[in-house]
Ligand binder design. Structure first.
Ligand code: PMP
Length: 316
């Protein structure tokens, strides 16, 4: 669906997946005026389909749109559009335990602009793709490297929203880390260069005893929906959760480190390399806390546990 600069989006329609037409001078192609979201649909044993907190993605897109000078669909429009797209692609939602349907909403300045300015027209679209379980055989630890040269975000920038440019800026550091055999990059803050921020596409948590700490949201890290959910799940399980500045030095004597995100769900960190020194966690790299939180969250997302908090939306 499309709308003009200050306009409202109308209900969109379904189209077969394919190329879209875009002006060479569109706002998104020239000035990066674009936002995206990511969420998943899981199939339950009874055949129905579950979405996980889709209104949170809608709200995050609205916050991002404000920062990027774009109009955005309402929460209701967003959730309706997601439901409509998933129902039309029902047959692509994998059977229980075999993966999920990844849903990618995109909002972009599709109108033409020449000088730097917000575009005169916007397009909101959603595409989907079945994805396998991130880890084929249960949880597998990832190996991170702390990035010392590049930063993902700076104060006052756009690190706190899901704008496309944030991902362009991490490609180089991530590719270099992968070429050296690491799974991904762990970013530090750009001011003190000593506080943890996040990984290229997930948030990070540090476990010490029964305390779980994660960097506080302050505009330079993405407020992950999995992060927010894990904080609640961990509190309900009796852990003490702290959102604060987490120094890179705390990695040295942490019991466990894990990452959270829609794609990785809860991903234990097996090792972290910082200034050439490698710290490993546990014998297997899969700590008991990460395992417990992974199980609690996925059983909610897959409809295996009672959804007392009303986080899932059922489609049939
Ligand atoms: N940080 C970044 C930079 C991300 O791209 C993502 C993925 N959306 C996350 C964190 C995790 O967010 P969520 O749990 O909402 O997927």
């Amino acid at each position: 669906t499309k709308c003009s600069k200050n306009g409202k989006f109308s209900k969109g329609d379904l189209q077969r997946f394919g190329n879209i037409e875009l002006s060479p001078s569109s706002g998104v192609l020239n000035y990066g005026q674009g936002l995206f979201e990511g969420l998943k649909a899981y199939r339950k044993q009874d055949g129905s389909i579950l979405l996980f907190r889709p209104e949170e993605n809608a709200l995050r897109m609205r916050t991002g749109a404000e920062r990027m000078c774009m109009p955005a669909p309402t929460v209701e429009q967003f959730v309706e559009a997601v439901k409509m797209t998933v129902l039309a692609n029902k047959r692509w939602v994998p059977p229980p335990g075999k993966g999920s349907l990844y849903i990618r909403p995109l909002l972009m300045g599709s109108g033409a602009v020449l000088g730097l300015a917000p575009a005169p027209e916007y397009t909101f679209l959603i595409y989907v793709s079945p994805v396998g379980n991130y880890f084929k055989e249960g949880l597998a630890p990832i190996n991170l490297v702390v990035e010392n040269e590049f930063h993902r975000a700076t104060p006052g920038g756009t690190g706190g929203i899901k704008t496309i440019g944030n991902y362009a800026s991490v490609l180089k550091a991530q590719s270099a880390a992968k070429a050296k055999g690491y799974s991904d990059v762990l970013y530090l803050d750009s001011v003190h260069k000593k506080y943890l921020e996040e990984v290229s596409s997930c948030n990070v948590f540090v476990v010490k005893g029964t305390t779980i700490s994660t960097p506080a949201i302050k505009g330079t890290i993405l407020p992950g929906i999995t992060r927010k959910s894990i904080i609640d799940v961990a509190c309900n399980l009796g852990f003490q959760v702290e959102e604060r500045l987490v120094s890179v030095d705390e990695l040295l004597d942490a019991d466990e480190v894990f990452c959270t995100g829609t794609a990785v769900v809860v991903s234990p960190v097996g090792s972290i390399t910082y200034l050439g020194e490698r710290v490993s966690y546990g014998k297997t790299g899969v700590g008991a806390v990460s395992q417990q939180l992974f199980s609690s969250l996925t059983s909610l997302q897959m409809g295996l546990a009672e959804d007392k908090l009303g986080w899932t939306v059922e489609l049939s």
